[in-house]
Design a protein around this ligand. Structure first.
Ligand code: ADP
Ligand code: MG
Length: 427
């Protein structure tokens, strides 16, 4: 995709916005963009530089995201709402065209990577609660104060906030940011020059150093294998490329498949409560390591119908009025509100599943299910708001000792797993 209209190729040391930002290291990428760690020479801080592909549709999407991010940032001057902040934006001309660039505050690993580092075993419930509080704080701000629906909430789009803040004083922490572009390889070959290799390594080490051994940049799990122990688990919601307003929606099909609400599949219209559905799916995944719904198409039925079947197996039958009320209802349901092709459902209620499959204690299972199930109400208007959710006793309750010790046992084999992971990642 590094061609006309596509990604902008970046090299370590490349300057942006008249030399204010210097590229340090690639952090990640999405369908529309690449994201780089950059050094802001004006503020002496590290930032995340999101560089959009240049073609017209991407440029338009970037302008939309910049608009949403500006509103989010302007409405939160104290930066306390668990949503990423926009620092700057500008256009950058490259060989593939004009690229819109967003400068965002620099954050750490996504929750998806955190789940992976835990070898899909699930986090301690005390950590799940901390993370849930942050996500809900973000959603409450977006929904209630700004009228914004995120529409793509999922573990990948929630990033941890590093407890060691590299932005505060990168210089005093002994870091040397790269501020000059390395020499070009004069041979014109594809091999990197030695100095470029050196600088790349230095950038990597620098990042490892600023993130320390804690919750950032690929080190979400400490050497002892205790995930996030003793760390204040803060996180922020990112990726506003698909966000919309409750009174100004753009797409009918929203959300990533596994986090998609039933009313979106049925085309019954949607509002803020679609984010609450995705939030519940995310909380379940944090606690168990598994996706709540992973639909697959099968013989004689599609992915959508399987998805609806999985929902009903876990949550009970969908009320007939809801089932037949959407523009696409007839594709899946008969007039009685039964699925057309998947006739036999195996009911396995959430609290039972938490005990039987995930070895939760009866009490933990009951309490967690009581927190999640209202968020997964088939009637969207019945789902609690983020504000109401923040008041829920589960979030303000201490965990039972039993669960803590069960999870500690789970963590014991983590060192071995981490070693394997590092071997894979390192190559
Ligand atoms: P897209 O819209 O293309 O999916 P995202 O905004 O989700 O782009 O960013 C893509 C990836 O870049 C993220 O999954 C994450 O790994 C990384 N990233 C994005 N924003 C930041 C940030 N503020 N700090 C650190 N990494 C980030
Ligand atoms: Mg994304």
């Amino acid at each position: 995709s590094y061609r006309k209209g596509g990604y902008h190729a970046v090299r370590v040391g490349d300057p942006f916005n008249s030399g204010r930002y210097i590229a340090q290291r690639k952090l990640g990428w999405g369908e529309f963009s690449t994201v780089w760690l950059a050094y802001d020479t004006q503020s002496s801080k590290y930032v995340a530089l999101k560089i959009q592909k240049s073609a017209a549709q991407f440029a338009q999407a970037a302008l939309h995201e910049i608009e949403v991010l500006s509103i989010i940032t302007n409405g939160d001057p104290s930066n306390s709402n668990c949503v990423v902040q926009l620092i700057d934006h500008f256009k950058h001309a490259g060989p593939n065209g004009q690229h819109h660039c967003m400068v965002l505050e620099f954050l750490g690993d996504s929750l998806l990577r955190l789940i992976r580092y835990n070898r899909y075993k699930g986090l301690k419930l005390s950590k799940v609660k901390e993370i849930c509080k942050c996500i809900l704080t973000g959603l409450d701000y977006l929904h209630r104060e700004l009228g914004i629906i995120h529409t793509d909430l999922k573990p990948e789009n929630i990033l941890l906030v590093s407890t060691i803040d590299p932005a505060k004083d990168p210089i005093r922490s002994g870091l040397k940011p790269i501020i000059e572009r390395p020499e070009c390889n004069l041979n014109g070959g594809s091999t990197m020059s030695i100095i470029e290799k050196k600088l790349k390594r230095r950038a990597r080490n620098a990042v490892a150093k600023i993130s320390g051994s804690k919750a950032s940049m690929g080190v979400a799990v400490t050497k002892s294998g205790r995930c996030l122990d003793g760390i204040d688990v803060r996180c922020k919601v990112v990726d506003f490329g698909n966000a919309c307003w409750a009174d100004k929606r753009f797409a009918e099909e929203i959300q990533t498949r596994q986090y998609r609400a039933p009313e979106v599949i049925l085309r019954s219209g949607y509002s803020f409560t679609v984010d609450m559905w995705s939030f519940a799916c995310t909380a379940f995944e944090l606690a168990t390591g598994d996706m709540m719904f992973a639909p697959k198409e099968g013989q004689g039925f599609g992915e959508d119908e399987d998805h609806l079947a999985l929902m009903m197996e876990l949550l009970g039958k969908m009320p007939r009025k809801i089932a037949i009320g959407g523009a696409r209802s007839k594709d899946f349901f008969d007039r009685h509100g039964d699925l057309k092709r998947i006739r036999r459902l195996k009911f396995w209620p959430l609290d039972r599943m938490l005990v039987d499959r995930y070895s939760f204690s009866e009490t933990d299972a009951k309490e967690f299910a009581e927190f999640l199930c209202p968020l997964l109400d088939f009637t969207p208007a019945k789902r609690p708001t983020a504000e109401q959710c923040l008041q829920h006793s589960w979030l303000n309750m201490r965990d039972s000792i039993h669960k803590e010790s069960t999870n500690d046992a789970n963590m014991e084999s983590l060192d071995a797993g981490m070693n394997k992971l590092q071997l894979k990642v390192g190559k």
